[in-house]
Each structure stands twice: as structure tokens, then as C-alpha cells.
Design a protein around this ligand. Sequence first.
Ligand SMILES: C[S@@+](CC[C@H](N)C(=O)[O-])C[C@H]1O[C@@H](n2cnc3c(N)ncnc32)[C@H](O)[C@@H]1O
Length: 238
Amino acid sequence: MPRSDSTRPRPAWFFREYEPVGIDLGSPAAVAAYDRNQGTDPDADDALLDRLGVDTGSRLVDLACGTGSLVIQAARRGAEAHGVDVSQEMLAFAQAQAKRAGASAHWHRAGFLDYAHHAGPADVVTTKSALHQLPDFWKQQALLNAAGMLRPGGTFYLWDVIFSFEPTDAAEHLQQWIDTAGHPEGRGFTRADFEAHVREEFSTYAWVLEGMLEQAGFDIVSRTSRTPTHGEILCHRR
Ligand SMILES: C[S@@+](CC[C@H](N)C(=O)[O-])C[C@H]1O[C@@H](n2cnc3c(N)ncnc32)[C@H](O)[C@@H]1O
């Protein structure tokens, strides 16, 4: 799939969002392994879509949609569903899954920063397990872009590695996460995957994200920390 929106010339200082960050997703086998490790769960997707009020006639955009399960479940319930991702391999997997499910969705090879939403304003924009791939300055730009896709009052849902511990306790909480989350090789994400996440990706504190969301034009409706390292933030566009 050609890139949807990268034809606009970018200044030399612009973030290179098509360059891979984190675990390898550069082959069909790596994508299939990612999907297994991530534990795609249509019931969990449906529960989230229920919470977000996505139904027939809703318009949803999932940014960094990966293997596309949320987009597919949204399309299956009659929503106009858009999946956006920089990875050709992820989108190919997502499209094949959609075909198998008989779900008709819109797929865009584009990034948080350069996706230009040409459909009507979205009711819901989601992004799960992905915003951490951008450094903080670029997260802010991505959130501005997400806000621009939404109708006033529309919902933005963020799930990610989000730190809710005190900065002084960081080492203890990060170590505890890494010590408990890793699976043996071949049976899920490994300890080395989580170590690399902390070392090389850009996860940050809830209070940093909350400030950015406010700057981007969102009112925060709720913030829930499932653990000191993971959580969700639900917002409405002002
Ligand atoms: C860990 S996966 C999460 C996928 C999916 N949201 C999920 O919950 O399973 C991260 C995804 O972000 C995509 N990605 C990385 N940087 C991106 C960017 N700047 N814009 C859009 N997608 C990006 C990757 O290709 C990958 O599909």
C-alpha cells in the first residue's frame, strides 16, 4: 500500500516516523508473532467500542492500528472505521484479517504526524500501545493532529504504557514491571522486549500526557491506571 499522506514536503527537521522504533515488525512472520504476543481479543475490542459508544453510523479512526482488530470490530458493527499505520506489513495483515471477517474498513498507510483525515469529522479517535513511539515534542504534535480529526465533543481514547508512579520511585516500578511481565522466548513478549521498551522508546508520565492533551484542546474525562506502568486516558474534544 503506498503512503497515503506523505507527499507533502517536510522540513529536514521533521520526525522520521516511518523509521522503525522498538520490536521488529518488518516481515509477515514478525507481524504474525506480534499479533499472537499482543493477544488480540475481539471481546475486549467490543467491550471498548461499547464504552466509547461506537455503533452503526459512527466514524472511528484508530491511529497506529497495528493488526487492526479494533478497526475490524468497529466495521463489523456498522461503523465507518479507519485504520492508520506506518507499517506496510501491519496493514497487509489487518486487511487480510478484515477480508476473512467480511468487514469493510478503510486502511491508510500514514503516521500520527502526517495522517490527513479527508473523511468527515470523526466521532471517536483511538490509539493503543503506540503513542510512546514518539518523543514528547512529537506526541504533542500527534495529539494536535488527532484533535483536528474529531468533531467538537468527540472522544479521544489513549491506552499505553503510562507512568503513574512518583518520579523518585521510577527505578523500583520499572524493575518490578520488567521482572513480572516477560515471558520465555517464543511464548510472548520477553524480558528483553520490555527492557528495550524502557531504554529505547518514549513512554512518559500521566501528568506529562495530561498537560499535552489539554494543550491539544481536550477535556480529560477520566484517567485510569491499571498498574503503575499502564493506563488509559479518555477525553472529549472541546
Ligand atoms: C505496539 S503496536 C500497537 C498496535 C495496535 N494499536 C495494538 O494495540 O495492538 C505499535 C504500532 O504503531 C505503529 N507505529 C509506530 N510509529 C507510528 C507512527 N508514527 N504513526 C503511526 N503508526 C505508528 C507500528 O507500525 C505498530 O503497528
